[in-house]
Design a protein around this ligand. Structure first.
Ligand code: ATP
Length: 452
């Protein structure tokens, strides 16, 4: 029987136990809310990135890729409005000496009484809010002075806008067209937390879609729908997703419309991805600050500054949403098991190859042969260590969708069993057909077996 209570603690503990994610700099006591990815975390992140890139770039004719520098000209961040306005309101508590985001107090814990929010007890003594800029500053070159001041990018989008002209000319595009980028972004968040949900260093995946202004609203709706469909395709439960449109006073200064695709994380409904209609704000500002005209000129002389529709998300928030959605505990034949019911294309390992008896030379030889064949195309694991039940459980916990087991019968008729992670059904396949079977299984549509 499956249980519903997925807590962030359970996800954190599984990630650590199975080597997905570790607290960073642990041997030095850790660096708050900073994480390092282990083997399975890296594999899963690679899969999320590849699936996004496939949907955004590889499967389309109208979107190209870019990879801009992390440290850009400091004027970029003046033009974008980040130097002046990329701030969060910060309050200090004079009693517990902690700092909080004034607009998220309901998500924070009082330093003295963690069951209360800051400001809720008579002892709390909060200062007035002041604006705190979230950009990390650094300096470029050997001399540290005002002229060397630079920033680590807080979003990848600006690296796209400043290359608008290059792409327009060299990739010979005309609106509607998009530019996609994946890369690290840095924000000095006042209160990072909730595992990877809010971190100071994260990998953003953003796409800026340039359209004629009159079509902006239509494309804005189109991208909300596209992105929701992408999540559903990768198995997130519809009941755990919703789209929330920002009210006009909630929107950023540049936005003509913003919707959050929210996921029901263990911390409650929270932003997974944002889709914004940024209007012509960015191209206009960069034209003004750089004096390079960023506009589209058509073959018949028409000219305009395109509007921009932006779907923006971090791999971290997808990673957590997918783990939460996939996590299950159930009892099978009187024994508990933890299983990650991940979409097969997202799971870190696609299949395990297991000799039933790890010390049986012939089984091992057959299993290794199959493993060598499959690993040429897929991430597969070979494991002959311990009882078969324990090996299955280990694979269940990292979300491996299928296990191929080589047993006595394999030695007689060259068939193997394939065990399905979710249904636990087993069937026999001819050894020679395993590769094609796996290719087919991976290419098939998949829906989560979890109840809504
Ligand atoms: P929030 O309100 O949660 O701080 P935001 O509205 O500032 O987020 P955006 O600037 O719209 O976020 O960033 C686009 C996307 O980047 C977000 O939807 C989220 O997926 C991701 N993201 C933003 N900040 C962080 C962070 N600190 N850690 C992990 N992912 C982040």
């Amino acid at each position: 029987m499956a249980t519903e209570a997925v807590t962030m603690d359970k996800i954190v503990s599984l990630c650590r136990r199975r080597g997905f994610v570790f607290p960073s700099s642990e041997i030095y006591g850790g660096l708050g809310s900073t994480y390092d990815y282990g083997h399975y975390g890296v594999l899963m992140k690679n899969n999320i990135r590849a699936s996004w890139f496939e949907a955004m770039v590889r499967d389309r004719d109208d979107i190209v890729a870019i990879d801009s520098a992390i440290i850009l000209h400091p004027r970029v961040w003046e033009a974008s409005g980040h130097v002046e306005g990329f701030t969060d309101p910060l309050v200090d508590c004079r009693t517990c000496k902690l700092r909080f985001r004034a607009d998220k107090l309901e998500e924070e814990q009082c330093g003295r009484k963690p069951s209360k929010h800051p400001g809720e007890t008579p002892e709390c003594d909060l200062t007035d809010a002041r604006q705190f800029n979230l950009m990390f500053e650094t300096s470029v070159g050997p001399v540290r002075d005002a002229g060397s001041r630079a920033f680590l990018r807080p979003e990848t989008a600006q690296g796209i806008f400043i290359n608008f002209k290059n792409v327009l000319q060299l990739a010979r595009r005309r609106p509607p067209f998009g530019i996609a980028q994946v890369g690290k972004s840095f924000r000095n968040e006042i209160t990072p937390g909730n595992f990877l949900f809010r971190v100071r260093e994260f990998e953003q995946m953003e796409m800026e879609y340039f359209v004629p202004p009159a079509d902006a609203e239509r494309w804005y709706r189109y991208w909300i729908d596209e992105r929701v469909s992408w999540y559903l395709r990768y198995g997130l439960r519809q009941s755990h997703m919703r789209v929330r449109e920002h009210t006009p006073d909630e929107r950023s200064h540049y936005s003509q419309g913003t919707s959050d695709i929210e996921y029901l994380y263990p911390i409650g409904w929270s932003e997974l991805e944002g889709v914004a209609n940024r209007g012509d704000y960015d191209l206009t500002r960069h034209t003004e600050y750089s004096t390079t005209k960023l506009e589209y000129v058509g073959p018949d002389g028409e000219r305009y500054t395109p509007f921009v529709i932006e779907p923006a998300v971090s791999i971290e928030r997808i990673f957590v949403a997918m783990l939460v959605d996939a996590y299950d505990e159930e009892e099978v034949a009187g024994r508990g098991r933890t299983v990650l019911r991940l979409h097969p294309q997202v799971a870190p390992v696609v299949a395990a190859v297991l000799p039933l008896i790890g010390r049986h030379e012939d089984m091992v030889a057959k299993a290794r042969g199959l493993y060598e064949e499959l690993r040429r195309r897929h991430v597969v694991e070979y494991d002959d260590n311990g009882a078969i039940g324990r090996r299955y459980r280990r694979q269940d916990e990292i979300g491996t969708p299928w296990a191929f087991t080589i047993d006595e019968q394999t030695l007689e008729d060259d068939t193997v069993t394939v065990r399905d992670r979710d249904s636990l059904a087993q069937e026999r396949l001819p050894m020679g057909g395993v590769r094609a079977w796996l290719d087919d299984a991976l290419a098939s549509d998949w829906t989560t077996p979890k109840a809504d």
